[in-house]
Design a protein. Structure first.
Lengths: 227, 227, 227, 227
């Protein structure tokens, strides 16, 4: 127990400057990881493979993809909104996983963790485009997880909501009394999950302690969904 | 109880010649519905709105979208495969719902039922692209269902697997002894769900008896998933 | 489609005078069933087998068990409260199923439907005793359903909440403004599910149309839980 | 990160000599905890409160309850089997939680972790009695978790299956070729989860890092269930 849990692990974090990126990098490093903080946008079809190539050998890939969540009604959601959301959240996921897996499979070791969303697990108003994209992510992870488990590679997801982060809960949202009421009413925890709490769980899921998890979706949302 | 449950209901079924389409049309009509069987491909961005416009006033929209399921590994899945699958299953869903909702909301009545897939609920090997697309569908339905419930419009989904249909379980697959063993091993029902059983449940969910369901996902898969 | 769906079916409803009992009996009969409305209390170890014996041959058993839900905190729940709740909801379930199955298995046909509760699927304050008992019910049904499916016997459950019934939502509760606010806030449907809507779904699950469902839990709760 | 995660924590483990008990005690201690290993049987109504009283102040309670799982069919399960299983797994749970909570609520800090079972989440043949008891456990935890979250007390559960332990998977079972085939077929991980892997996750859920989890059920079963 004297070694930090991620000592000697090279971990690539995507879009390291947005969403959970900064806290992930800090907390993973505190657990001993050698963090490669990639800040490229991931929209371009070639960015995912390039990010992996630049990172070199890695032990874990933390897929952190974010986009300001559209809040249009389903009747108003434009094709552009739809396409942009999938271009930001969904298409890069498959390209990142496709680029990362071969080396992991070859050496029979590796972990991929998606920072996904619980909005895929429970319906919300004005969130249909976003929920759809986040739903694609979780179901993808479940199937890839089962597929690569025999190669000793673990692919899992956190499904978060009501976690402190600058993309979805910037200070002005947190300060809004209406938001505070919503939090008290809808989130059994009674507060936002701290960014560092979420990142610490991500660190656990990147460590050797998590060899046993296969294509699993872990809600981190203060009890907003239970399973 | 003397009237058939769908008597007087105009129901639009998309891609009525593939997947569950033929059985849906037959069974919905047997329950008294006036079925509009649309056989257009839904890839084109304009097809969904056109199908709705051609159908005129409808009481229910049954979204039946299918594509031969890719069986590549996650490491092999090409961008073309990915894009084609989403173009067939995901993007038309949002366009169909967007086109159908305004009239339903205006008259405070209407039902949308997606013929979705349980492959979004449980991981499977060589199914990552398909699972991702089907996952987008279910999470989208959950959020739209919650959003439009106050307008007395019901949006729900069947999440099927191991249901008899020519797209995924053609006779040659059903006849394959390996498939029969898989069925015996993985599906507690011990047989494929009949196409007419699935369509009868769809008919129930299109009827006035189903006013109480909101953004709900109903597995129809012979016990392959339980919830 | 000319025959009512339950024509010729003998269906035993337990505790037919409480909870969903009266509406179940009415609606099942409207669908053509020959309803045996048993009004015995089910606490006694011998009551379940006696009820089955008195009913004679049946096609379906609808297990309707209710008890006023305790509202104590977990710190206050007495052993007496705990034991009484399990005596009312849990122990009779296993005795009823055990008594009903042999004849169904012998003739390779039969259905058992539990009127269960969604309180087992999502945490609620001041509901721990009740949730525990309702959770035992649902998990039991899942396993028995899988076990007896090869015998052509179907065992399933409705997991209801926010369904109109005199046991849990008597008129004075429904008239309470605080309850109405809670309904608006927590239940996407925006109203209680009607007792007849719930009973109609139960009728569907007792009909031959439902041969394909195995150990499945169907939420009926106005969107309070989605899966 | 220099301090072990459970340094200074007093943790009571029940039935410390069976099921996950020995590995829990070892691993929790390796993480720095001061472990109170209680080996009393928990059937007696007074044992739970006595165990808590003897333990004195604790930071966490790990509820480890086990009984050889009955394998009778639902048609054969005797009242004695049913009552014994609930007496071993269910009734002590509520008594342990009731005894542990007041002190935790008073000092606004504490964790309760149930070592539950995934057999409550997915149906299995010849497991109805056991599934029912395990289902009561999980639903109870969900509701208590929500209830006590405002007091800064966290109550959660692991839902395990296919985890190495002497109670359910003794060496002779593991050595059985039929069991090995079942493992290969049904468990995506392709092996039993190690007892130490499971215990390490329990240690995480007892640490301050897990303040954010509320009434949550975490499957640990090698992918046998995904959510």
């Amino acid at each position: 127990m004297n070694q930090p849990a991620l000592s000697g692990k090279r971990i690539l974090v995507t879009q390291a400057d947005v969403f959970m990126g900064p806290d992930l990098c800090t907390v993973l490093a505190e657990h001993g990881a050698d963090v490669i903080a990639d800040t490229q946008a991931m929209h371009s079809p070639h960015a995912p493979a390039a990010a992996l190539a630049q990172a070199g050998d890695i032990d874990a890939l933390v897929i952190n993809l974010a986009v300001p969540a559209p809040t249009s009604l389903a009747t108003e959601a434009s094709d552009a909104e739809w396409n942009d959301t999938f271009a930001a959240l969904v298409h890069p996921l498959h390209r990142l996983v496709r680029a990362a897996l071969p080396a992991m499979i070859a050496r029979r070791s590796g972990k991929i963790l998606l920072m996904g969303s619980a909005s895929a697990l429970r319906g919300m108003k004005r969130a249909s485009t976003y929920s759809a994209a986040r739903g694609a992510q979780l179901s993808y992870i479940q199937s890839v997880g089962v597929e690569v488990a025999p190669h000793q590679v673990q692919v899992n997801a956190i499904a978060q909501n009501f976690v402190e982060n600058p993309t979805y809960f910037p200070p002005e949202v947190q300060a809004n009394p209406k938001f505070q009421q919503r939090l008290a009413r809808e989130v059994p925890l009674g507060r936002l999950v701290g960014a560092r709490e979420d990142a610490a769980f991500a660190a656990y899921l990147c460590s050797d302690a998590a060899h046993c998890f296969v294509g699993q979706v872990f809600p981190v949302c203060g009890g907003w969904v239970a399973r």
